[in-house]
Design a protein around this ligand. Structure first.
Ligand SMILES: Cc1ncc(COP(=O)(O)O)c(C=O)c1O
Length: 396
């Protein structure tokens, strides 16, 4: 193995930004309970409110529309659970409209929650996507009816990088009288996100995808939109999420979002160039390749590719031996032998879905990393194909 380990799995999680690490280490001793009225409590509370303003700034929201939660998964569960209340509704819920419409490529924290709610009686529909993972707008329109309370469509897909036209989707959803939620965990901090421009009712964010800490997320809830807390108890987070706040995590997320405000544009342009170089290298040096995400509407640093006849997991392990870390689909699904539900939903055949890897670049990746990847990847794919009966048959 030559040189340092190269991390190319930034959609799974990211390393802490140095400024985030510094900001968090400065508050390790701020132990006051933010709900306490004394000096110690007020100090912690002030830090939380500064972070809230920073996160709100990045998405064009007002700070009182943001709730800090324990993760992106929790934010998504919270939104969906509003529609799992008693069908007749409660104080915070939408009377009568308790159906959910979502897509077949959402993150497991949306899909699994939807399935669970379905079992408990909530009507759920899953909208189709095209070859690149773009939502089928006709199917979406036909799926929303008078009983639909919420439509939940992710802004950018974690496996493919494909970006949806959430503005057009929100318009359609509102015309049909439902509310719109977007899981923007992979989008915020990588591409411009403005909640007013999108006209989102709910929007999910996570700290650790953009160089902040793990175990902290935020949920945007538009002013005036019905809401029910999922975690009940104390009055923290304006009565919308009980539990003593994770002050250190919140400070870290605030700093990470502040740094994205400053660095996002130039950084993501750089990642796009690195990705383009990888695509060119693959096209030049590896035959029989299928690129899976949308060719244009895609996250700058995300590349999902299938090398027919070379199993993704074998490619991943061989790259790992060379000190390069990539992924086969989402981190939550790795370890499972099932092919990615996202790739299958795009219509990719089951063998090619097994043969895919995801390369996701981040702010620490360099041109040298790309060169190193392209030094070893063609040989690895070739070697795996040479012992694959599936590829031999195809080549004959
Ligand atoms: C699109 C998407 N939504 C939600 C999540 C969950 O976020 P968290 O890890 O903060 O629970 C992830 C994480 O992989 C994701 O990629």
């Amino acid at each position: 193995m030559a040189g340092r380990n190269i991390y190319m799995d930034n959609n799974a999680t990211t390393p802490l930004h140095p400024d985030v690490r510094e900001a968090m280490s400065e508050v390790l001793d701020i132990y006051g309970n933010p709900s306490s009225l004394h000096w110690f409590g007020r100090k912690a509370k002030n830090m939380i409110e500064t972070s809230r303003a920073r996160v709100a700034d990045l998405i064009g929201a007002s700070p009182d529309e943001l709730i800090f939660v324990g993760s992106g998964s929790e934010a998504n569960n919270t939104v969906l659970s509003i529609f799992a209340c008693h069908p007749k509704g409660c104080d915070g819920c939408r009377q009568g409209r308790n159906g959910i419409v979502t897509t077949s490529i959402e993150h497991p924290c949306v899909i699994e929650t939807s399935k669970c709610l379905e079992i408990k009686g909530t009507p759920v529909k899953y909208v189709k996507v095209d070859r690149y993972g773009k939502v089928d707008m006709e199917d979406l329109e036909n799926s929303i009816d008078d009983g639909t309370g919420l439509v939940s469509v992710m802004m950018a897909n974690n496996e493919l990088g494909t970006i949806q036209d959430v503005k057009a989707i929100a318009r359609m959803v509102h015309e049909k009288g439902a509310l719109f939620h977007t899981d923007a965990v992979q989008a915020v901090g990588k591409i411009p996100v403005d909640v007013r421009d999108i006209d989102a009712d709910f929007l999910t964010m996570s700290g650790h995808k953009v160089y902040g800490p793990k175990g902290i997320g935020a949920l945007y809830v538009k002013k005036g939109v019905p809401f029910c807390p999922m975690i009940r108890g104390g009055h923290q987070e304006m009565g919308r999420r009980a539990g003593t706040e994770n002050t250190i995590g919140i400070v870290g997320m605030g700093k990470a979002f502040e740094m994205r405000f400053i660095e996002m544009e130039s950084e993501e342009k750089r990642l796009m160039e690195l990705k383009t170089n990888i695509i060119r290298g693959i096209e030049r040096d590896i035959p029989d390749v299928t690129f899976n995400g949308h060719p244009e509407d895609c996250l700058p640093g995300t590349l999902n590719v299938s090398f027919g006849g070379a199993e993704g997991e074998s490619v991943l392990l061989a790259l790992d031996l060379e000190g390069i870390s990539v992924s086969t689909g989402s981190a939550c699904a790795s370890g499972s032998l099932d092919p990615s539900h996202v790739l299958l939903a795009t219509g990719l055949d089951i063998a090619l879905a097994h043969d895919s890897i995801r390369i996701s670049l981040g702010r620490e990746n360099t041109e040298q990393d790309v060169e190193r990847l392209m030094e070893v990847l063609p040989g690895i794919v070739d070697r795996i194909r040479s012992i694959s009966t599936a590829y031999e048959k195809k080549a004959l």
